[in-house]
Design a protein around this ligand. Structure first.
Ligand SMILES: Cc1ncc(COP(=O)(O)O)c(C=O)c1O
Length: 373
């Protein structure tokens, strides 16, 4: 199908770029000597994950149980739910675990461990458990420097119904970096913090089979991963304007864009408006710490080949996107189409019920991301 026939706004994925991004991270994982367990929350599409995993290991990371169900249905047999276990979903998770080779659950609190153990008793089923560790992101995870980390790991390892799988951390604070030089120490800390804790646990007699790290910026920059068993980047397969701003990728590697139509032109305000607003692009504020005026994405031509990065998507309302810049009304007329490379691929993609895979200006596949939780 021709691009012109698509209704706007809609989400496009450049298939050549996506496949190159997938190959690039797979090669990095191999060079670093770790397994790649891509985080599929970025796109929630089985067809994309197929391009990310190696035939030898069909493991993925999910952020919701809805993703876990859909990827199990899609033949992905080893799942990590890298999200603090909601006690009210523990039974459902244990039932799903019976359908796959492995479903690893994540906890960072005694109360979650208690709830999981009760669910195991109710279902008569065991659970594989990862302990989430805070490597500096300050979002979730136990503080690795405390005795609590050791106590929690011991508690899990000693529980009859639970199998202690190991440690999981996410260097999300890499998104606060301004360039690759600032990402590097975050990547080193992400690795060192869990590897040190794994050593402490092993010294205490606890088996730690898995040491799992990863965000896209840290995995693009890290130079060695000794002691780590697997990495979980996700965003890298699409990339976005934020990643480009912090030096994690080039704008030319960004595979996702939102196709929109110009619906208003206001030369006196140096402005056009398009039909991609907050719902189509998301209101992710973007890399304001690097580019305070970044707006809500980077503008490109309808074919995606030319960037207009001097233009700014400066305001969004539900369905309106406002784009300002010198000569914008000469460059784009009412009825013209343009693309916006979103600030945050994962949140933008999640706004759409279909992703259109594009190669050589034609839609070659249509994917339906998993919806709900
Ligand atoms: C626990 C966890 N692991 C891995 C990732 C993947 O990181 P990224 O989106 O930077 O690729 C995320 C993303 O938020 C995450 O929350």
């Amino acid at each position: 199908m021709d691009l012109e026939r698509l209704k706007t706004p809609c989400a496009l994925v450049d298939l050549d770029r996506l496949e190159a991004n997938a190959r690039g991270m797979a090669a990095r994982a191999e060079a670093l000597g770790v397994r790649l367990r891509p985080h599929v929350k970025t796109h929630k599409c089985v067809e994309i994950a197929e391009r990310q995993v190696a035939p030898s290991f069909r493991g993925v990371t999910v952020s919701t149980l809805a993703e876990a169900h859909a990827f199990a249905d899609g033949g992905f047999t080893d799942l990590t739910w890298a999200f603090p276990l909601p006690p009210d979903r523990a039974d459902e998770a244990l039932d799903l675990a019976r359908r796959v080779d492995a479903l690893h659950l994540t906890v960072d609190h005694e109360a979650s461990v208690d709830a999981l153990e009760r669910a195991c008793r109710r279902r008569g089923a065991p659970a594989s458990v990862l302990l989430e560790v805070d490597c500096g992101d300050r979002r979730a995870g136990v503080d690795p420097s405390t005795d609590r980390a050791l106590r929690l790991a011991t508690r899990i390892a000693d529980a009859d119904a639970l199998a202690f799988r190991g440690l999981l951390t996410h260097g999300g604070h890499a998104y606060g970096a301004r360039n690759r030089d600032e990402i590097a120490p975050v990547a080193a800390a992400e690795r060192d913090v869990v590897v040190r804790l794994a050593t402490r646990l092993r010294e205490a007699g606890i088996d730690v089979p898995e040491v799992s790290v990863g965000s896209t910026p840290t995995m693009r920059v890290v130079d060695r991963l000794d002691g780590v068993t697997e990495i979980r980047p996700g965003n890298y397969v699409l990339f976005d304007a934020f990643q480009a701003a912090i030096g994690s990728c080039a704008l030319e590697e960004v595979a996702i864009s939102i196709l929109a139509t110009v619906v208003g032109a206001y030369p006196e305000q140096r402005k056009v408006i398009v039909n991609a607003g907050a719902i189509a692009l998301s209101t992710d504020p973007g890399p304001t710490h690097v580019a305070p005026d970044c707006g809500f994405g980077v503008v490109a031509t309808a074919d995606g080949r030319t960037l207009h990065d001097d233009l700014r998507v400066f305001a969004l309302s539900q369905e309106h996107g406002q784009i300002r810049g010198d000569g914008v009304t000469d460059r784009f007329r009412i009825g013209d189409r343009l693309r916006v490379l979103p600030n945050h691929a994962c949140v933008a993609a999640a706004q759409h019920d279909r992703l259109f895979a594009v190669r050589d200006d034609a839609v070659v596949e249509t994917w339906r991301p998993v919806r709900g939780w």
